[in-house]
Design a protein around this ligand. Sequence first.
Ligand SMILES: [Ca+2]
Ligand SMILES: [Ca+2]
Length: 211
Amino acid sequence: MRTALVVAVLLASGSCCTQPAPSTCPPCPACPQAGAQAGSAATPATFTDNQGTAVTFELGAQAFADRVASSEPGDRAPTASGWTNPAAALAAPDYQGERDDPATAVTLGCGGVLVVEFVDNALVDAAGADLHVFECGPDVEAMHVAISTDGTSWAEVGDVRGQPAQVDIAAVSTPNAQYRFVRITDLRESCSSSYPGADIDAVGAIHAVAL
Ligand SMILES: [Ca+2]
Ligand SMILES: [Ca+2]
């Protein structure tokens, strides 16, 4: 019995502080999430975006996008080097407010499109806003958001413009639907800087179920 309990604790804490966790990652009880393993209990965690909005996610760090399904760079593309990796939009937010680490966010470019996929969780509708986009910089550059259960059929949720950078999917969600894909399209309203288009640090499902 005791052995089983220890194993259960290790499984629940083994996701450590990043996703995906390194295979050598030791148990990390201090991490905000405890539910990266399917079937274990998740712990809610609060993250503050670059505009100062604090958002609590029911599944903690597990609530964030896990995989890039596809991406189409915008035209104009960023002239600043290194900011074109779409995988930088995955996992929990890590942009620190300085333009010194391209690994932390992706600049979509003018009209760019990013499709991310949830693997260990799915977005669901519940009371209030359901999806939060962590956009870099003091102003949230306008983007259009669509969601999908299968990556093929899309529901157009609406635009994110200004703060808070989040949407309520209630108007388009069907009963008991679990959405695994989010498509973000830059709306070409901020294309003149070295970082044209929306700059995405992370995409998180405020309301989610573990898979
Ligand atoms: Ca996830
Ligand atoms: Ca909702």
